[in-house]
Design a protein around this ligand. Structure first.
Ligand code: SAM
Ligand code: SF4
Length: 327
């Protein structure tokens, strides 16, 4: 879609916009369920890149403890726990600039993926920059999707990262597309970008060929110690508008309500689902940031009467934990 079309859609009265995105959603996703994804940081902190939102960058003192690549057994047990909690997609993230074929760490990731892919969930990894050789090997090992976010518009990107370029991001995405893995690619809002920057980001995403299979919309988690630590939260209606336009621009993509849900009310999240979001990141931690508790999420989805993938994982009757009941 062209920027001007996205701009016109975005700036309609809110109810007109979400009526249209709802229609589009029903056309492509009627009867489909909300997907719960679990995200595990398999290698934390100490990253060479200077992404100004990221607590894992070695350029900032964020108090985050660095951890080496987790052993396969630890990742496997986390994946089994996630599946038992109802996740149907398991994502593994590493705080690397990228990874190269032939290195021991890449071999370890491939071995991990071979094990995790036996569990029957979709397997997604996010390891930074890769080329065609790495993408092919990841796919052969059982990775179904590669996450690599463009994060914002090409114009605003240099304001938030100086150690790599927007084009570097696009090159990795092209390698992933070439391998046949599906692309998970989205961005962050609330970093000081304009609403036009967000729409430019959507313009780029909607012109991918093939289009991304999934689009995470992250709200900035302002991490202490990073240059963006004092950014205010984004207004809920800006988030809802962006989700609605994402649904219209990318009708078949899973639109994932990703980081920053702790800052959204239940009502705000409900509007996001109405506007076209159909996936959440699930579980107490999102890489290094807090996430709503799994049982509170499940309660919200059920209260809304939404269909939920693998809802039988916990087995009815659903019982609230004391923390959820007090909410
Ligand atoms: N190093 C890899 C990379 O850059 O692609 C993978 C890990 S990186 C942490 C994955 C994504 O998490 C980023 O592209 C960004 O969209 C999101 N993210 C990281 N920190 C965030 C924050 N503080 N708030 C919101 N989203 C964040
Ligand atoms: Fe490193 Fe990824 Fe964080 Fe950037 S977003 S600092 S590349 S872990």
């Amino acid at each position: 879609m062209h920027f001007d079309q996205l701009h016109a859609l975005y700036h309609q009265p809110l109810f007109d916009l979400i009526s249209q995105s709802r229609q589009m959603h029903l056309q492509h996703w009627r009867g489909e369920q909300i997907q719960r994804c679990s995200l595990l940081s398999i290698k934390t902190g100490g990253c060479s890149e200077d992404c100004s939102y990221c607590a894992q960058s070695a350029h900032y003192s964020t108090g985050l403890e660095r951890e080496d690549l987790l052993p396969i057994e630890d990742i496997l047990s986390a994946a089994k726990r996630a599946r038992a909690q109802g996740a149907t997609r398991f994502c593994m993230g590493a705080a690397w600039r990228g990874v190269r074929d032939g290195t021991p760490k890449f071999e370890q990731v491939l071995n991990t993926v071979r094990e995790v892919s036996q569990l029957g969930m979709e397997v997604c990894v996010t390891l930074g920059q890769i080329g065609v050789a790495e993408a092919h090997k990841l796919r052969q090992s059982g990775v179904t999707a590669y996450n690599h976010n463009i994060d914002t518009s090409p114009e605003f990107y240099p304001e938030i990262v100086s150690t790599h370029t927007f084009t570097d991001r696009l090159n990795t995405i092209a390698a992933v597309q070439q391998s046949g893995m599906s692309v998970c690619c989205g961005g962050i809002i609330g970093m000081g970008e304009s609403e036009d920057d967000r729409l430019r980001m959507l313009e780029v995403l909607s012109n991918f060929d093939p289009p991304p299979e999934s689009v995470p919309i992250n709200c900035l988690m302002a991490m202490p110690g990073t240059p963006l630590s004092d950014r205010p939260p984004v207004e809920i209606f800006e988030i809802v508008r962006l989700i609605a336009v994402t649904r219209l621009a990318l009708p078949k993509a899973r639109v994932r309500l990703a980081a920053g849900r702790t800052r959204l009310t239940r009502e705000g999240q409900a509007l996001c689902f109405f506007a076209g979001a159909n996936s959440i990141f699930y579980g107490e931690k999102l890489l290094t940031a807090a996430n709503p508790a799994a049982d509170r999420d499940l309660q919200l989805l059920r209260e809304l009467g939404l269909q939920i993938e693998a809802d039988d994982a916990l087995g009815p009757p659903f019982r609230l934990t004391p923390a959820a009941a007090a909410f």
